[in-house]
Design a protein around this ligand. Structure first.
Ligand SMILES: *[C@@H]1O[C@H](CO)[C@@H](O)[C@H](O)[C@H]1NC(C)=O
Ligand SMILES: *[C@@H]1O[C@H](CO)[C@@H](O)[C@H](O)[C@H]1NC(C)=O
Length: 403
């Protein structure tokens, strides 16, 4: 822990903490690019998960429930000791040659890390005394510590449609192999001409400042999911307005994935479904239609489960920052959370615009007219994310677009 890199990170964190800029961490608390590569070994020591049974009668929202033996695994969620043993999903969709599940099963290290029975989404049935007791012990985004039960409950109660319980309806994909593209906003996509390939996927995930107009050839036009926190969405509208990100993507079949990183997300979600102005907090008076369009209803929205955020963070993106008193600042990036969501729900996953080894050759985002170096923020660990994408690619679990 005494490495120069680590001290530098600590210093920057301290600086960030003592400055009011912290509030705007996503934009201004930039950290110098860390030097050394971290050993993948850190990935291989997942801390024992403290996931207790999901409250209420729940179905795992991931692919697990559709497969043989799903019921067995669902039962296993109910006995705590079982939770410490990774269960592997059996079988795979026959139409998929190299499905995520099959590739994970075949890989010794990722086979130990992936758990396809952790619920990805949260909906009304998760609202229970047990869930409340458990989640209030963890701070956001991994829990509900300090949040108002009325506000959290108010949002959850509205997530009562079947569409809130799964990311997508498997029956709508006749082929039996759901292929997803997750499109980050990295400069590697500038001039990539990947648009057609991206749009050829069954489902396309985008996030934050996802500029499309003028970049169709490189990034495509299809958007099935837009992922964000209220903080990152609103910051993107400010920071990337000059590059053409003037509104959040809207379309009839588009679904929004809320990452509950703050009270604001629960409050905005509730108002969005009700179609009423935000009644309290930082976004008070905001009209959700401005972001999500006029026909927003419960089925337009998905909410990532705090247990899922806890699981992916502790197992896949356990940063050194989490061992310090600044751990509350850290969380995986929005892109990382979308990619991990896709990896736990889709049959095949291709990642575009995510950080690669040669990131220094590219601009921060694909839409900057002049090259800007990639920004590192004190609340994310981009080098750790880079290593994860690289090793998932090498294991054949997903394809990482590189050039
Ligand atoms: C969901 O909740 C809303 C608001 O309480 C209610 O009007 C609606 O009928 C419920 N829908 C279902 C499918 O239960
Ligand atoms: C994007 O690509 C174009 C053409 O390939 C190039 O001229 C431009 O400098 C690139 N922009 C950035 C920010 O790298």
């Amino acid at each position: 822990m005494g490495s120069p890199r680590w001290s530098r990170l600590c210093l920057v964190l301290l600086a960030a903490l003592t400055s009011s800029l912290l509030l705007y961490g996503h934009y201004y608390a930039a950290v110098e690019a860390p030097g050394g590569q971290r050993l993948l070994a850190s990935l291989l020591r997942p801390e024992p998960l403290l996931l207790a049974p999901v409250g209420a009668p729940s179905r795992p929202a991931s692919r697990a429930w559709r497969q043989d033996g799903a019921l067995e695994r669902e039962k296993s969620l109910k006995s705590a000791p079982e939770l410490l043993k990774p269960k592997r999903a059996k079988g795979q969709p026959s139409a998929c040659s190299r499905s995520v599940v099959a590739q994970v099963e075949a890989d010794p290290k990722f086979g130990q890390l992936f758990r396809f029975d952790v619920p990805v989404l949260m909906w009304d049935e998760h609202l229970s005394e047990g869930t409340w007791e458990r989640l209030r012990a963890r701070h956001v985004p991994y829990g509900w510590q300090g949040l108002s039960p009325a506000a959290v409950g108010g949002a959850l109660r509205l997530l009562n449609t079947s569409s809130n319980r799964h990311l997508f309806d498997r029956a709508a994909f006749a082929g039996g192999c759901v292929r997803c593209a997750v499109v980050g906003n990295g400069g590697i996509l500038n001039g990539s001409r990947q648009g057609r390939g991206i749009d050829a996927h069954d489902l396309v995930f985008r996030l934050n400042g996802a500029v499309i107009k003028g970049f169709e050839e490189d990034v495509g036009t299809k958007t099935s999911f837009y992922g964000f926190t209220v903080n990152t969405m609103k910051n993107s509208l400010i920071a990337y307005e000059e590059y053409g990100f003037t509104k959040v993507p809207q379309a009839k079949d588009l679904r929004y994935i809320f990452i509950p990183s703050d009270m604001r997300d629960y409050v905005m979600l509730k108002s969005a479904i009700e179609g009423s102005p935000v009644p309290e907090g930082l976004d008070k008076g905001d009209e959700p239609q401005k972001y999500f369009g006029p026909e927003a209803s419960a089925k337009k929205f998905k909410l990532l489960h705090p247990d899922f955020l806890h699981y992916v963070t502790t197992r896949f993106l356990r940063s050194e920052i989490m061992d310090t008193q600044y751990s509350h600042l850290y969380m995986p990036s929005t892109g990382a959370l979308m990619l991990l969501t896709a990896l736990h729900t889709c049959d095949q996953v291709d990642a575009y615009g995510f950080i690669t080894d040669n990131y220094e050759e590219f601009s921060d985002h694909y839409y900057e007219p002049e090259k800007k170096p990639l920004m590192f923020y004190a609340n994310h660990d981009m080098m750790l994310e880079a290593e994860l994408w690289k090793s998932l690619h090498q294991a054949g679990i997903m394809k990482l677009y590189q050039r």
